[in-house]
Design a protein around this ligand. Structure first.
Ligand code: GLN
Length: 542
């Protein structure tokens, strides 16, 4: 029977609860346990798919096609365990399930209430799809004290009661702010946050205290006393120089030891952290540096490109170089000449995106990379813009466009209304719902023999995650290939272009899918490894 660890956050948001959860998952895994990580989000959207990336950060897509919170990306990168639809839920989804049941008459005339109906649905979710896992870690989004998170806290309180304390654990992440005028780390916000948790019936078993400096023994003792937690279970969670140091550093502070102790797991072997130490070593001591220009429009919140930034770092780890990312607002190119911004870059990447705003700037960035023979990586929207650029400038189709931008005579990129998922036909209407209706999740892609990508992957068929509503129109294939843009990856039925490349260029690849979602620090994605290698070669040229 799985043990459940509930991770809540207090004092302020953005404390790195997702990373802390991912690191704890990785530590338990490195002790030989099987883990799953889940995120419970208290907002009312059914999933984050309809939210702006600049509000909520990246939408992380799972193999089974769920649009989920970006923390699932941390979980997957740290543990290598593929996330599933059943690993993320929101208040919106819980309520839509409960309301659908009510409409069906499932509640047999009863009054439908937060307790027990909503809390039961939350508990069902937490316990669902768990088989032989030793630990299920559930992170509760938001900050304790938010109105929105109350049903979730009530549900985990009930669950701990039902399953017993031997099978459940409450971990609370807080902040110890340093007050320079007093020269002290302050414990009061942590005390208040624990009080808040106690008011809903939850006594934390462990505190993880974020702090920018070591926590003096006296303060640790004080927190333990006031918050009714064993002193060793007050874990200093200090700032570190790279996120991949987090598991190592939290282990040194006793995190996984204390979790094992809580569950009575004595005599456990120490975790093997060799792979984390290796990654940290590589990040701290690179042999060189490359600069990648990322031309997007969500650059005001870097969480919008979380997995992308990580995957580029992984490409750097594989090549032993530091990857410096320059975030470039694509609209800048619409105001001024792009050249001086792009010239210092060793390679250029245009990531995923939506809508016409900023598209012209992305097309200018593609043109610069293509003409100057600077390595170019186009991901999803970045691939679509590369195809439009080639159609306009090489294939003599000046009106080439995407139907995402409005009606066009040359829909080189067009709305997908049907496609195959395995043997099943998926259908969409132009005026259908926006939420959860894109081509989502993992699909196979067949690579053309003798192509660059075939060589990079070292495989004939790959499986990658998608999130798009528009696609490159296969009917333009001949005209584009005639001018040097090769369609080197296609859906198994040969209808959907998945990859384009320019053989007569040092490195020019556009992919319709999101390879960044599958990259791991200890297993960098081959496209990112190869792209960074091309950037290194480019940096040696200039
Ligand atoms: N907006 C484009 C589409 O829906 C690209 C999506 C993306 O980049 N994720 O097809």
């Amino acid at each position: 029977m799985a043990r459940f660890i509930f991770i809540t956050g207090g004092v302020v948001s953005s404390l790195g609860k997702g990373l802390a959860s991912a690191a704890l998952g990785a530590l338990l895994q490195s002790r030989g346990f099987k883990v799953r990580l889940r995120k419970l989000d208290p907002y009312l959207n059914v999933d984050p798919g309809t939210m702006s990336p600049t509000q909520h950060g990246e939408v992380y897509v799972t193999d089974d096609g769920a649009e989920t919170d970006l923390d699932l990306g941390h979980y997957e990168r740290f543990t290598g365990v593929p996330s599933r639809r059943s690993d993320n839920v929101t208040t919106g989804r819980i309520y839509s399930t409960v309301i659908a049941r009510e409409r069906r008459g499932d509640y047999l005339g009863g009054t439908v209430q937060v307790i027990p109906h909503v809390t039961d649905a939350i508990k069902d979710f937490i316990k669902s799809d768990v088989t032989d896992e030793d630990f299920v870690l559930c992170e509760i989004g938001g900050t304790v004290g938010d109105i929105e998170s109350l049903p979730f806290l009530e549900a985990i309180r009930q669950l701990a009661n039902e399953l017993g304390r031997a099978q459940t654990m409450f971990v609370h992440l807080t902040l110890l702010p340093y007050i320079p005028s007093a020269g002290e780390l302050k414990t009061k916000p942590t005390q208040h946050s624990v009080k808040e948790l106690l008011s809903v019936g939850i006594q934390p078993d462990m505190l993880m205290c974020r702090s920018d400096r070591p926590i003096p023994a006296g303060e640790r003792r004080k927190i333990a006393q006031f918050c009714n937690v064993r002193e060793e279970a007050v874990i200093p969670a200090l700032d570190v120089d790279t996120i991949y140091q987090v598991p190592v550093s939290y282990h040194e502070q006793g995190l996984d030891d204390q979790v094992c102790k809580h569950f009575g797991l004595t005599g456990m072997p120490m975790p093997n952290l060799a792979r984390w130490n290796h990654i940290v070593e590589r990040i701290r001591h690179p042999e060189g540096e490359v600069t990648i220009g990322v031309v997007g429009k969500y650059t005001s919140l870097l969480d919008s490109y979380k997995s992308l930034a990580e995957a580029l770092t992984h490409g750097g780890i594989a090549n032993n170089v530091r990857v410096v990312l320059k975030w470039i607002d694509s609209e800048a190119f619409e105001r001024e000449d792009a050249v001086h911004i792009l010239e210092p870059m060793d390679a250029i990447l245009v990531p995923g995106g939506f809508g016409e705003r900023g598209a012209m700037g992305k097309i200018s960035a593609v043109r610069f990379a293509r003409e100057r023979k600077v390595p170019y990586f186009g991901i999803c929207f970045g691939m679509q813009m590369a195809v439009i650029e080639a159609a306009r400038d090489l294939a003599g189709l000046p009106k080439a466009s995407s139907s995402e931008f409005g009606p066009t005579d040359e829909p080189v990129v067009g709305l997908m209304t049907e496609w195959l998922r395995g043997n099943q036909l998926e259908r969409r209407q132009a005026d259908g719902d926006m939420g959860g209706t894109m081509r989502l999740g993992a699909y196979d892609c067949h690579l053309t023999p003798d192509s660059m990508v075939r060589d990079i992957y070292g495989a004939a068929i790959v499986n990658e995650r998608h999130r798009h509503r528009y696609e490159v129109n296969i009917h333009y294939r001949e005209r584009l290939e005639a001018v040097g843009l090769v369609f080197s990856g296609l859906s198994p039925d040969g209808v959907l272009p998945e990859i384009v490349e320019i053989p007569d260029h040092p490195w020019f690849v556009g992919v319709q899918f999101h390879p960044e979602l599958k990259s791991k620090p200890f297993d960098p994605h081959p496209l990112f490894t190869s792209f960074i290698k091309a950037a290194i070669d480019q940096s040696r040229l200039v």
